[in-house]
Design a binder for this molecule. Structure first.
Ligand code: GYE
Length: 326
């Protein structure tokens, strides 16, 4: 279980003002009436990996616990469907929308239409293009991880594991998604100061296991000199491990692997020495998201950016984590 203490830290400053009226940024935002129970929409982006399933479960558990009605949609990996899903939530007059936007730009219309319809919207786990929509102005808040920091932490651990020398294949997440953009950036920024660290190939595996396997296979065939893998999520990592093993290579020896999320499979691979680091990306959003909704309904200021506190798992601490892995 993830406790609330570890889940949330208020990241943005200047938010400690009590009422809407005192925060000009919220002046044009839809208000939320205080009620005993809410009809709350959760627009999920896809359900093809354990991280997503755990995130959905966390929302469902929290709704059940509080006796709120959850309107759940699954965009099945399509940004266009996700926009339609949000429109249908608006038509159903949900009280609040929690949106996990698949990509940074295509979901902007959904954010703007919710605002226009007077429905407060929170971005869950992924962000949208900050030049097109802003927390506290167009949506209430973003709740999620600092993906740049995750990329940086992965790089830091990898540099240490390979003594600053590696030819790296990078498996990128969904193109145009905030975690893919920011995990690439955090990693690249860190290795800039380490001339022995070189990304020799970088391609999207769409955050999916089988795509990750296929893309890794192709990249590794083209770059047999690779000595490390940086993968933006555990599912692609598991796919790449399968490809390595099929090619007769030993993950953890022939290729040193850094990954992000904290799924059960990856935690196990960490314990087995196949992966050297897993930077946590916490999918348990229910408590934090629902707390933020209640806070907002009371007219209390909600910081436009609520950042999850992620841990770093290595062989040394993974055993304690395994029981809560999903
Ligand atoms: O890392 C990945 C999922 O948006 C933070 O999306 C999330 C990412 C997560 O598909 O596994």
């Amino acid at each position: 279980m993830i406790n609330r203490r570890s889940l949330l830290q208020i990241a943005a400053g200047g938010a400690a003002i009590g009422a809407f009226g005192l925060r000009p940024a919220y002046a044009n935002m839809p208000k939320l009436k205080e009620k005993d129970t809410y009809k709350i929409g959760f627009a999920q982006t896809e359900s093809n990996n354990p991280w997503r399933l755990q995130q959905t479960k966390s929302m469902q558990d929290e709704a059940k616990k509080r006796g709120w009605q959850l309107v759940y949609t699954d965009a099945a990996g399509s940004a266009a469907k996700q926009v339609a899903d949000v429109r249908s939530m608006i038509a159903q007059k949900v009280d609040v929308i929690l949106l996990a936007p698949r990509e940074e730009r295509p979901l902007i219309p959904a954010v703007m239409e919710a605002k226009k319809a007077g429905i407060p919207l929170f971005l869950i786990d992924r962000g949208v293009d900050p030049s097109l929509a802003k927390g506290g102005e167009d949506y209430v808040a973003f709740i999620g991880s600092d993906f740049v920091e995750e990329g940086r932490l992965a790089a830091e651990a990898l540099v240490k594991a390979v003594d600053g020398k590696a030819k790296i294949i990078e498996l990128v997440g969904t193109v145009g998604s905030s975690p893919a953009n920011d995990r690439a950036k955090g990693f690249a920024d860190y290795i800039k100061d380490h001339p022995g660290m070189e990304v020799i190939a970088s391609q999207s595996g769409d955050f999916a296991r089988d795509k990750g396997r296929q893309v890794f296979e192709t990249l590794y065939q083209a770059h047999p000199e690779a000595t490390a893998l940086y993968s933006h999520n555990d599912e692609m990592t598991m796919g790449a491990i399968a490809a390595m093993e099929a090619a007769g290579k030993v993950p953890g020896k022939d290729l040193i692997i850094a990954s992000i999320d904290g799924t059960k499979d990856a935690a196990q691979a960490l314990q087995d020495g196949k992966v050297v680091v897993v930077v946590e990306c916490n999918p348990n959003f229910g408590p934090a998201a629902f707390d933020a909704v209640v806070k907002y309904s009371k007219g209390e200021a909600v910081a436009p950016r609520l950042v999850n506190k992620d841990r770093v798992f290595t062989k040394d601490n993974v055993a304690a984590y395994l029981p809560e892995a999903y």
